[in-house]
Design a protein around this ligand. Structure first.
Ligand code: ADP
Ligand code: MG
Length: 878
């Protein structure tokens, strides 16, 4: 227990998995927590200060599944292994206990196991640090792929930056716990927040950790980092090192995010556009789910990253578009490349596991297969007729492994050295193929030879003893032994047979023996097995060293594979969805013809319904088109869809994808804003009105002339005149001050007058037609304001009681009669609804027919005919 307590004290915040033989045991509070979460039995063992010690255990070979559940439940787990064998411990003295050490702390943000990580989703561990001057920076890494990025940060924009990553865990300094900038952070981050001592979050710590992790004496070669960036890097690397039990992180050299490099999307916009997470927090119904056609896990992660952090760098975006265009034009290459990529395993994560010493033979095989798939893809690309765009040419060069002889050799050696389906862990053995290692082949044949001799022995012994039922068997306790049925064993227990057959064990129905000859052979087999295992481990270690030496090139290969997968997948989606390449412009325009909403369109298609495409033309300079469009139309007419498809097109285009339109010209945006009025945010304890104000204020304060803004029914969450006033002011501000491209959907008809007065603004509306008292939505956008709101008809569609609809129509008529009429409205007085003519004519007809029936005079046949007649009357058909 003393050993346990001292190890536990090093990791008080983590559950301690304490290795004892074939189990990880948990004690005290840890046992109680784990038993509750894992639903395993809580037992007790010994006593501590007079009280029984609660204990729970999980078998070590099944530990990953239990780990996964604990991590999901938000726990961290310190894994403590035996670092010597019981035999070694005995050598140090008969009473010594086996040495144990924490080898790793498993946390939600530092996973590398295939079974613990969702394959198609990234994992981001982020650290946030501040300087005394109030500067902030964010360091982000993915320990399963080696990604490492640093960025300066506006302390007011922390949420924007964090939500751009698939955040699994956030590290902050204890000293920053109460910083106003971090208020509400835990909810925004939607990931566990870990606090670390303040001394880790300093520029000095960052410098030391960076130097250690990259083995450099000075930072100059890595880049020019600010104090805040260094502090964030220090906090992050210090934590990663802690979780790796003191070994420094294996990460790529940190990339410094360019301040203006990405399209900024704030949390409210992300949520309302459902880019990679829907309102219900899942993937379904998102833009990402609608367009993702990737065939590899790293490709899926890259596409998700592109959509989550679209670019603002024109040449980068053009390069991505070029690659998609290539595949769109080369159908044969597209099909073949995707077929070869399909068999490419997750190279990024396999390499990282090997580098961290957590890999196994299966990871080596993954690496070999990925390299093969890469070479095949490169060959397909190079022999396709059309000229390769620069991005794909570079990827193909890397993947062909031209000039990378050692990597080529590694790939072919692995293919020759590994069996078809290797085990997960090297210690299981049996993964080196015959013919690869002569020494290994020799011990294996020795072992197999001895096994054969044993098999022959059985016949020989049966003859010698006259017991034909004699068998030679094997178990883990006795090893090899001879077994005969108990009733035939007697002669063997007496001389002369007893001279050769040594009694081992008497069972209920059988007696077990050994012989010197058998013991010798068994010894030979077990020595050979041990030797074989050692030789296999040596082969494995040799390959790991070669992989480690190639880690940089392997990372390039991995990203080339992902890049090709994404470009090809985007071409496939573009073809399915009828998407085209957007033309990037220097002018701040947005001009789309036949634009569609990719998610709504796909959903409608599944129901067999069509989607009405619409045009949109905006120009922030208000030269070729208005910069501000005010969209009106009845509820359900398609206003929200029209607004969102525009914002999504900006995101798709800048992510490097095509856009669902017949043509599109786009001046790159620096930020996209989307706000939906009347969204309920009561869970965060703010009234809807407050939320709307905060969100609208954020746009008015942050948007620039390059921004793209959609405002959907802002001002709706409040009393009519307040809402109208706010909407009015927002329209004026966006038009006069911000002067950016913006679309505003509103049910405030009054605003349409404003739009026709502002020089850079215009009205548009969604067509609807009344037909037989019903409203037909054409989902078609036309210039000019909607002529009326149609609210009453929509209410009827929604199934409001007929009397309420009639009453609403009355009130509407009075309202429309003039503004003064509203004062005379008996809004709160119970207004009796006229009911005289309320019964519809069909009902009258049915009633009349019913009254005329004499049931006693009807034959069954007539009754049936009458029933049909009544039914027809009810439908108004006669
Ligand atoms: P509004 O914001 O005007 O109330 P929405 O944009 O929410 O209307 O659209 C309501 C529904 O109409 C959508 O869920 C969709 O099914 C359908 N819809 C919207 N736009 C289109 C369109 N362009 N083509 C076909 N159906 C559409
Ligand atoms: Mg709407």
């Amino acid at each position: 227990m003393a050993q346990y307590l001292s190890i536990k004290s090093a990791q008080p915040d983590a559950l301690l998995f304490f290795r004892m033989g074939d189990f990880y045991e948990l004690f005290f509070e840890d046992a109680v927590t784990a038993a509750r979460i894992l639903d395993i039995t809580l037992t007790a063992r010994g006593e501590h200060e007079g009280v029984p010690i609660p204990m729970a255990g999980v078998p070590y070979h099944a530990a990953e599944g239990y780990l996964a559940r604990l991590i999901k439940a938000g726990c961290r787990v310190a894994v403590c292994e035996q670092t010597e064998s019981p035999a070694e411990a005995k050598k140090r003295g008969s009473k010594s206990i086996v040495r144990r050490e924490i080898v790793r702390v498993v946390t939600p943000g530092t996973l590398t196991e295939e079974t613990l990580l969702p394959a198609r989703q990234g994992q981001a561990l982020a650290a946030l640090a501040f300087t005394g001057q109030g500067e902030a920076a964010l360091a982000v890494c993915d320990v399963s792929t080696g990604l490492f990025e640093l960025a300066a940060l506006d302390p007011a924009r922390i949420g924007d930056a964090l939500l751009a990553w698939p955040l699994s865990e956030l590290v902050i300094s204890e000293g920053d716990r109460d910083r106003p900038a971090l208020a509400g952070l835990r909810e925004i981050a939607a990931a566990p927040v870990t606090e670390r001592p303040a001394r880790a979050a300093t520029a000095k710590s960052g410098e030391a950790h960076l130097k250690e992790a990259f083995g450099v004496a000075a930072l100059d070669g890595l880049g020019d980092f600010s104090k805040a960036e260094l502090a964030a890097a220090g906090l992050l690397l210090d934590y990663v090192k802690l979780t790796q039990a003191g070994r420094p992180a294996r990460l790529a050299v940190p990339r410094r995010a360019e301040p203006g490099g990405t399209l900024l999307i704030d949390p409210a916009t992300r949520a309302s556009l459902e880019i990679d997470r829907s309102y219900s927090r899942g993937r379904e119904g998102t833009l990402l789910a609608a367009i993702d056609r990737t065939v590899t896990a790293p490709g899926a992660r890259l596409l998700a990253a592109n959509l989550a952090r679209p670019s603002r760098d024109r040449s980068e975006i053009e390069a991505r578009h070029d690659a998609v265009s290539f595949f769109a034009g080369e159908r044969a290459a597209l099909t073949d490349v995707r077929a070869s990529l399909k068999s490419a395993p997750d190279l990024e994560r396999a390499c990282m596991r090997l580098a961290l010493g957590r890999g196994g033979p299966r990871d080596l095989q993954a690496l070999a297969r990925a390299l093969e798939a890469g070479m095949l893809s490169a060959a397909i690309l190079k022999k396709s007729g059309a000229a390769l765009p620069a991005r794909l040419a570079a990827a193909a060069d890397v993947l062909s492994l031209a000039g990378l002889g050692s990597l080529r050799a590694l790939a072919s050696d692995l293919a020759a050295a590994l069996v078809e389906t290797p085990p997960m862990f090297a210690r299981e053995g049996g993964f080196v193929a015959p013919g690869w290692d002569a020494a290994l082949d020799e011990v294996r044949s020795l072992r197999d030879g001895s096994r054969r001799v044993i098999a022959e022995m059985q016949g020989r012994y049966a003859e010698a003893t006259g017991v034909s039922a004699l068998k030679i068997k094997f178990n883990n306790v006795l090893g090899y032994f001879i077994e005969v049925p108990a009733r035939l064993a007697d002669p063997m227990l007496k001389p002369p047979l007893a001279q050769d057959f040594i009694h081992r064990q008497t069972m209920a129905g059988a007696v077990r023996f050994s012989t010197t000859e058998l013991a010798e052979l068994a010894g030979r087999i077990s020595r050979a097995e041990e030797e074989a295992r050692a030789l296999e481990i040596a082969v494995f270690d040799g390959f790991c060293a070669r992989v480690s030496a190639e880690s940089e090139t392997l990372a390039q290969v991995a990203s080339a594979l992902a890049e090709i997968d994404v470009a090809a997948a985007n071409a496939v989606w573009a073809d399915e969805a009828g998407a085209v390449r957007p033309v990037l412009e220097a002018a701040p325009v947005f001009e789309a013809k036949g634009l569609r909403h990719p998610v709504v369109e796909a959903a409608l298609r599944r129901e067999g319904k069509g989607f009405t495409a619409n045009d949109l033309h905006l120009d922030a300079a208000a030269r070729t088109a208005p910069r501000f469009l005010l969209v009106t139309g009845p509820n359900m007419a398609g206003k929200s869809t029209y607004l969102r498809q525009a914002a999504l097109a900006v995101i798709l285009a800048q992510a490097g994808c095509f856009v669902p339109a017949t043509s599109m010209r786009l001046g790159l945006a620096d930020r996209v804003f989307s706000r939906v009025g009347a969204s309920d945010d009561l869970s965060r304890g703010r009234s809807t009105f407050m939320v709307e104000m905060v969100e609208t204020a954020a746009i008015l304060n942050q948007a620039t002339p390059e921004s793209f803004v959609i405002l959907d029914e802002v001002g709706r969450g409040t009393a009519t005149w307040d809402g109208l006033a706010i909407a009015w002011a927002a329209v004026e501000h966006l038009h006069e001050q911000t002067r950016c491209r913006a679309i505003f959907a509103t049910h405030y008809h009054e605003l349409t007058a404003l739009a026709s007065e502002l020089p850079g603004a215009a009205n548009a509306s969604l067509k609807a037609r009344e037909w037989k008292q019903d409203l037909i939505f054409l989902h078609e956008v036309q210039p000019g304001p909607a002529d009326r709101s149609y609210g009453v008809q929509v209410a009827r569609l929604a199934g409001l009681p007929r009397s309420a609809v009639t009453r609403a129509a009355q009130i509407l008529k009075q309202l429309e009669a003039g503004p003064s009429a509203s004062e005379s409205l008996p809004l709160f007085a119970a207004a009796p609804v006229e009911t005289e003519n309320e019964t519809p004519p069909e009902a009258e007809a049915v009633l009349a027919a019913l009254r005329a029936i004499d049931p006693d005079a009807l034959t069954p046949r007539e009754a049936l005919a009458l029933l049909y007649e009544l039914k027809a009357l009810g439908k108004g058909e006669s």
